[in-house]
Design a protein around this ligand. Structure first.
Ligand SMILES: Cc1cc2nc3c(=O)[nH]c(=O)nc-3n(C[C@H](O)[C@H](O)[C@H](O)COP(=O)(O)OP(=O)(O)OC[C@H]3O[C@@H](n4cnc5c(N)ncnc54)[C@H](O)[C@@H]3O)c2cc1C
Length: 517
């Protein structure tokens, strides 16, 4: 199902237009590739793995279809914009459906809080938990919209490589209270400990600790309520496949099983990439979708770097990692919704273990994905497809996942069996998992962090690796590691920022020195 173009087809690839190489086929890389193809570039995406998607890779195993990563699709209009920029229409390639309720949060005492897009239902749900917090909920949504209007609508799609631009917008950012953490901000509106959790956990979806992530991310409440939470028919992989098809229709190509070894330069300018196979590909510009720590620390080799030195890379705060267990059952669990959060007994204590003490805790807070709640094509008849993810420290914890993973998986299985999936052990017919070590080895993520650098105030915007490289001319950065950050809407925005920085292919570009490659 996934496109695996043979690298040998290089010989027949058209060479008359300016050439762009995108390293990595995550959502950010593919969106940048589509946008550049729409600007007239001849685009080649080189991907290390055997299929596209990166974090959004699709596993087809034992008759089950497992989306590896993103499942909650918000802001579908940003996908529509990518398709338009590539000369296509999203609805011709992918069907997105709204998901309502958005998700259910099961507290450790068994109480379930249902998050929906219906304002009255949400008010009633807040009132059920804490009647005194309803007015705070209304004010919280107003505040969330204010942040959204500035931080997302106005600034997320702008390049932040100029300090002057950053300073000019600093007043707006300070007025929004970006120096508060998400949890501190939420606590200004809600008194109930349960509601403080229900409205503050979202940074975990992008690798941040709610107790230290900048409160800009309170905008997610407005984003979800305005545009809804969606899923793609056929799974998130259908969006990846749709982007690949659009790219190919525009004359672009995807080369899988083609890990990049180095970015080739001529003086201070890129001139292409060298693959681990020894093959070289020439280009007028290169966009890297790979973690900036790897792009700068590995792909630029021993080249002297101005900003992103090994020391600066090592000194940043990286997101947590994830243990993700993908499993299929030979029965269905019809009372389990598409998205569930199964909380454990501790909130701050668990987050401190993950982010501060960097130790794997004995208790869990889990996200459970059951796409077959809406799409039975993803499992054999009468079966369910699941994944469950547990946030864990990144590899700085020193955990030996080779020996730790299977016992950890069994504990998660036990926890699910005790809470939402009774009898699970007797019904598992497919099983595999990803550990922090896999995030390092598969995706080249520094410290095995699942989401790159943490979304802290001083690791955002100008402080994050810039979309136009500070190190080499003609090199651009797209994806979770650059501005605006992790999460599908953000990485799609980063592709827009990159494409806006790059002139149309019809405008003059320095001639590539192909002879040297
Ligand atoms: C389990 C999980 C669940 C998530 N859930 C959600 C969600 O519900 N909603 C949401 O919005 N976000 C979610 N996220 C976050 C979101 O998935 C990511 O932020 C986003 O997909 C990252 O995309 P990216 O473009 O930065 O690149 P990535 O997906 O990281 O892609 C980078 C690509 O580069 C490739 N690569 C690495 N090294 C090389 C090399 N040497 N040569 C060539 N290619 C290379 C990798 O193989 C990969 O394909 C989730 C993430 C995870 C891990």
């Amino acid at each position: 199902m996934l496109t695996k173009t043979d690298p040998r087809s290089d010989a027949v690839h058209e060479t008359s237009r300016p050439r762009a190489i995108v390293i990595g086929s995550g959502f950010g890389g593919l969106a940048a590739a589509v946008r550049l193809s729409g600007k007239g570039y001849q685009v080649t995406v080189v991907e290390k793995l055997d299929g596209p998607g990166g974090r959004a890779y699709t596993y087809n195993k034992d008759g089950f279809v497992f989306d590896a990563g993103p499942t909650l699709i918000t802001a579908p209009h940003i996908f529509e914009e990518v398709w338009q920029a590539g000369g296509g229409r999203l609805e011709d390639d992918v069907t997105l459906k709204p998901c309502d309720p958005f998700y259910k949060i099961r507290f450790d005492d068994g109480d379930v809080f249902t998050c929906t897009g219906d304002h009255d239902q949400m008010r009633a749900e807040v009132a059920r938990v804490a009647p005194g917090d309803v007015a705070g909920f209304d004010r919280y949504l107003d505040m969330s919209k204010e942040i959204y209007d500035v931080a997302f609508d106005k600034l997320a799609g702008q390049p932040f490589h100029s300090l002057t631009f950053t300073l000019a917008n600093m007043t707006d950012l300070i007025k929004l209270g970006g120096y508060w953490s998400v949890y501190q901000k939420v606590s200004q509106y809600f008194k109930s400990p349960k509601l403080r959790i229900a409205f503050s956990f979202h940074p975990l979806f992008i690798g941040g600790n709610p107790f230290s992530t900048t409160s800009f991310y309170c905008l997610i409440a407005h984003l979800e309520r305005t545009f809804g939470v969606h899923y793609a028919i056929g799974g998130t992989g259908a969006l990846i496949q749709g982007l690949v098809s659009l790219l190919e229709r525009n004359g672009g190509r995807l080369l899988c099983n083609s890990p990049v070894e180095t970015i080739l330069t001529d003086g201070d300018r890129v001139r292409g990439v060298a693959l681990e196979s020894g093959e070289t590909l020439a280009a007028d510009l290169v966009v890297s979708n790979v973690d900036p720590a790897t792009t700068y620390g590995k792909f630029l080799g021993k080249r002297k770097r101005k900003r992103w030195t090994d020391r600066k890379i090592a000194g940043a705060d990286y997101s947590m990692s994830l243990f993700v267990w993908y499993f299929g059952t030979n029965r269905t669990y019809d009372d389990v919704g598409h998205h569930s959060i199964v909380l454990g007994p501790r909130y701050k204590g668990l987050l401190d273990d993950i982010f501060v003490r960097q130790k794997v805790a004995d208790d869990f807070s889990l996200y459970l994905h059951r796409p077959t709640a809406h799409d039975n094509t993803l499992a054999p008849e009468g079966c369910d497809t699941f994944y469950v993810l547990s946030p864990v420290p990144n590899l700085a914890s020193g955990t030996d996942w080779d020996s730790f993973a299977e016992p950890y998986r069994q504990e998660i299985q036990k926890r699910l069996e005790e809470t939402v999936l009774p009898g699970l052990s007797d019904h598992i017919v497919s099983s595999h998992y990803l550990t922090p070590q896999d995030f390092l080895e598969r995706y080249g993520s520094y410290q095995g962090a699942a989401f790159g650098m943490q979304p802290k105030l001083f690791q955002s915007a100008w402080f994050r690796p810039h979309n136009r490289s500070e190190e080499v001319e003609g090199l651009y950065m797209v994806g979770a590691g650059t501005h605006p950050g992790a999460g599908v809407p953000s990485v799609l925005m980063s592709a827009k920022v990159v494409a806006d920085l790059i002139p149309d292919a019809t405008q003059t570009l320095p001639a590539p020195k192909t002879a040297a490659v």
